[in-house]
Ligand binder design. Structure first.
Ligand SMILES: [Zn+2]
Length: 221
């Protein structure tokens, strides 16, 4: 089996997405790239999260061609491959239907930076795309354009997407987005939420990136 460790990691994080209610039923998807070979491990289409194992994960190339796998790859494959081809600083793409981020997607509102922890993870306000039907090249181009070099983006009337260096990092970003959306919604009921100053967000983000790049160096040495 090709890339057994990365496939197992993708399967494990797919189950974690389900267990922590970032997705339900067979919704959402996750992919991760092997930086050495450039091959991508992606969730198959329509498989129950609870049952996913490494063998179910499909290996594709950067253009979406299936290299190894017993199922078809996710219907959002064109988006995953486009983002991974464009962004060399990240190796994982996660699409979620978490409740509060999805509520923001319905009112087409970006998620502001209100928590120090989320500021480090998200690096700025999370933008929202207009509504388009997903699964096409046109949709992929639109999401990539709105994401830019950011860590997350909301899909209008649909859900959210996070990108990161690996599944664990990307899982933290997806949760930071959901926490921010949820706590902002609760805070609005108490009063006027205060957003963090931009300069503070920049500094928090910088020290967080430094910490993670040091961790990566320690891991590789
Ligand atoms: Zn979806």
């Amino acid at each position: 089996m090709l890339l057994p460790e990365l496939r197992a990691e993708v399967a494990r994080y797919a189950r974690k997405m389900y267990d922590s209610q970032l997705v339900r039923a067979s919704q959402g998807n996750i992919s991760a790239r092997d930086p050495q070979s450039g091959l991508i491990c992606i969730k198959p289409s329509g498989i129950d999260y609870e049952l996913i194992t490494a063998e179910d994960i499909v290996v594709i190339d950067e253009n979406g061609k299936v290299i190894e796998g017993k199922w078809g790859p996710s219907t959002e494959t064109p988006l995953h491959t486009l983002i991974l081809r464009r962004r060399h600083d990240i190796h994982c793409v996660m699409h979620t239907h978490s409740f509060y981020a999805s509520a923001f997607s319905v009112v087409h509102r970006s998620v502001p930076v209100i928590l120090a922890e989320s500021a480090s993870c998200l690096g700025g306000e999370v933008p929202v795309t207009p509504y388009r039907r997903s699964g096409t090249e046109e949709f992929a181009e639109m999401v990539a354009a709105v994401l830019g070099d950011g860590s997350a983006v909301i899909w209008g009337n649909h859900g959210a997407m996070a990108v990161g260096t690996n599944p664990s990092h990307t899982f933290s970003i997806a949760h930071a987005l959901e926490d921010s959306a949820k706590i902002y919604t609760i805070a609005r009921q108490l009063g006027d939420p205060v957003t963090l100053p931009q300069e503070e967000v920049r500094q928090l983000r910088e020290s967080w990136l430094e910490y993670y790049s040091q961790k990566a160096l320690d891991h590789n040495s």
